[in-house]
Design a protein around this ligand. Structure first.
Ligand code: NI
Length: 186
């Protein structure tokens, strides 16, 4: 099932998510829905708050970018009860976008390497290190689990420059090829 994506300004995107219980009902259905919603919107990552849930779950699929890096081809991952426990540099600024902030792309500084503990879709636990673009995408989605959005990480001047566009997104005054849920109705 394709779910609407909550847009910038919706309060759910500012909540810090909670770990889910291991007997979470219909987890497989939720994960299937998250991937289906991700593919429908041509995204590469999606976090549960973006579909209105306060659950500590994010999904990533870098296969659409496999021409950039062959290791992206099979990089379809589920991170449940994810906790980044270490980050280290060097910091790099690379352009990012977000399904909850349509049509806005800004360079975002992030650290090169992360260490993350999480459960996969079979609830097996992992403690893994990611680097480069993979670490970036995971950090972007992980931020959503902490109530942070990429525009919080850009300079004040850049944020001023996109302010009116962010206001439009909050009002739902935006054209999207996928189903969305704005903070306020037009
Ligand atoms: Ni995002």
């Amino acid at each position: 099932m394709i779910l609407p994506i909550y847009l910038y300004g919706h309060p759910i995107l500012r909540k810090v998510t909670k770990d889910i219980p291991l007997d979470y009902p219909d987890l497989k259905t939720l994960l299937d829905n998250m991937f289906e919603t991700l593919y429908k919107s041509d995204g590469i990552g999606l976090a549960a708050p973006q579909i209105g849930l306060e659950d500590r779950i994010l999904v990533v699929d870098l296969s659409p970018l496999s021409d950039k890096d062959p290791s992206f081809k099979d990089f379809k991952r589920v991170f449940i009860n994810a906790h980044i426990i270490e980050k280290d540099g060097p910091e790099e600024s690379v352009e990012e976008g977000c399904l909850s902030i349509p049509d806005i792309h800004e360079k975002v500084p992030r650290e090169y390497r992360i260490r993350i503990q999480y459960l996969d879709e079979n609830l097996q636990s992992h403690d893994e290190v990611f680097e480069g673009y993979k670490a970036r995408v995971i950090q972007h989605e992980y931020d959503h689990l902490e109530g942070i959005m990429f525009v919080d990480r850009i300079s004040g001047i850049r944020k001023q420059m996109i302010r009116s566009r962010l206001d439009k997104i909050m009002r739902g005054d935006v054209k999207c090829s996928y189903k969305v849920k704005p903070a306020f109705k037009k």
